[in-house]
Write a protein that binds this ligand. Sequence first.
Ligand SMILES: Nc1nc2c(ncn2[C@@H]2O[C@H](COP(=O)(O)OP(=O)(O)OP(=O)(O)O)[C@@H](O)[C@H]2O)c(=O)[nH]1
Ligand SMILES: [Mg+2]
Length: 223
Amino acid sequence: MKLDLTRPIFDAHNAVAAENRGLLDKAGVFALNLMSSPGAGKTCLILATVDRLPPSISSGVIEGDPAARIDADIIAARGIPVTQINTGGGCHLHAPMIRAALDHLPLTDIDLLFVENVGNLICTANFVLGTHKQIVLASVPEGHDKPYKYPGMFAAADAVVLAKADVLRSFDFDLAYFRHGLDIVNPNIPLFAVSSRTGEGLDTWMAWLLQHILKPHLVLAAT
Ligand SMILES: Nc1nc2c(ncn2[C@@H]2O[C@H](COP(=O)(O)OP(=O)(O)OP(=O)(O)O)[C@@H](O)[C@H]2O)c(=O)[nH]1
Ligand SMILES: [Mg+2]
């Protein structure tokens, strides 16, 4: 029998991810894991989404970066509860990091928690965190071939956001080719082409978020 030395690590992480989910559910928090390459637009999407949430829905953020707290400071300046994880060079967040971060947030005051993962299109997809939905961002300047080159990432997603749609006309980005690549690895996955800068496409993203993610959670919490 082949010995898989990574197995015990994944098993341990999966157990903590389940613990995270339990804590989130107990506090009535719905959590999104945002994954993308560096600079695709995760922080801008978080801010644009928070701006469009109904006043009854409060948010919080866990920021993941190898170093610095630049994004956490941006989020905090907007009055949003935030805690920063620095991985010290690690290329992804993992469940024990999230477990520790949850202790630094006012969970009972938060309805929607954004976990901004480390910018990386490979290993972030391999580590479950306990979040309810996994969102992968790709941005227009990265090119339309990413689902073909990084299939594992897009296969692990519940929805894909194509960010920086405002610059579509400046790039040779073939949206149909991108969609076809998604359908190969994750057929019919929801795709939202948005611009956090101009606001285009965000209404559709918000409708999906509120109707398909938040509503069941809030209904559940109310029963
Ligand atoms: N044109 C345009 N630029 C954008 C948009 N969203 C983000 N940007 C720009 O892209 C750059 C990176 O945006 P961020 O939101 O910081 O990206 P990120 O994915 O959080 O980056 P990391 O945390 O470093 O991985 C910034 O210069 C943003 O102003 C958009 O919708 N349109
Ligand atoms: Mg960021």
